[in-house]
Design a protein around this ligand. Structure first.
Ligand code: AMP
Length: 223
């Protein structure tokens, strides 16, 4: 049975690793508030606010937004970070964002307990991403074969027809893989070296259920 001991986790995984789907399941099962910079940035683009206008073309191209804007979208509502279980999905993504996560921890008063890498090869990630679908209303992510919705083509939560993300085209997928290798890979290496006792490596090349339960066990959330 899950208890509610505090737990602050950063999840890493290349685009297509299944990280967001696994994180969502963990969040629902164990009461994590999700911190998803990608979803927050897409919301800003949808609303067309000034931040959204600045980042729209970068998101479409699969490029990262500048570090200060990635931080700004999080710092807009620090109260959502005052939660005893937080799961960061998509931040930090560059070495420049590492001190920004430190700043958030100091400002809000939490400590990251675990850094998790869901590891899959670039080839496997590309194959999987072509099957990814998202809910344009709530942002839930699915996969046509690995994590399908209960009813074909519609969101489990709100019944909205699922769509492909505009940054899931084949060329943009390749750009996003190399952005991950070049910009986020060094961040993962940094935490692996700096906090070896807080770093967890999960084999992402398994079924969705197996990855989810490995992660639950590694975090002490399941026996
Ligand atoms: P995601 O939903 O996490 O795959 O993020 C989608 C897009 O949002 C990325 O391709 C980037 O353009 C942008 N993005 C999300 N998080 C960050 C971040 N921490 N730093 C810079 N750009 C980000």
């Amino acid at each position: 049975m899950a208890t509610d001991f505090p737990l602050h986790v950063v999840a890493f995984g290349r685009p297509g690793s299944g990280k967001s789907s696994v994180a969502e399941r963990l969040g629902e099962a164990h009461g994590f508030a999700m911190v998803r910079t990608g979803a927050l940035l897409r919301d800003a683009v949808r609303k067309g606010d000034s931040l959204g206008q600045q980042v729209e073309s970068l998101l479409k191209a699969g490029q990262l937004v500048p570090d200060d804007l990635a931080y700004e979208v999080l710092a807009r509502d620090l109260s959502t970070l005052r939660h005893n279980r937080l799961l960061f999905d998509g931040f930090p993504r560059t070495l420049g964002q590492v001190p920004l996560l430190d700043r958030l921890q100091a400002a809000v008063g939490f400590t990251i307990d675990r850094y998790v890498e869901i590891a899959v090869s670039a080839d496997e990630a590309l194959r999987r991403m072509s099957g990814r679908r998202v809910c344009p209303t709530c942002g839930a992510t699915y996969h046509v074969t690995n994590n399908p919705p209960k009813a074909d083509g519609v969101c489990d939560h709100d019944g909205t027809p699922l769509t492909r993300r505009s940054d899931d085209t084949p060329e943009v997928l390749r750009v996003r893989q190399s952005v991950y290798d070049n910009r986020t890979g060094p961040v993962v290496d940094h935490y692996r070296q700096t906090f070896p006792n807080r770093f967890l490596l999960i084999n992402g090349e398994q079924s969705f259920d197996a990855v989810s339960s490995d992660l639950e066990r590694a975090l002490g959330l399941a026996p």
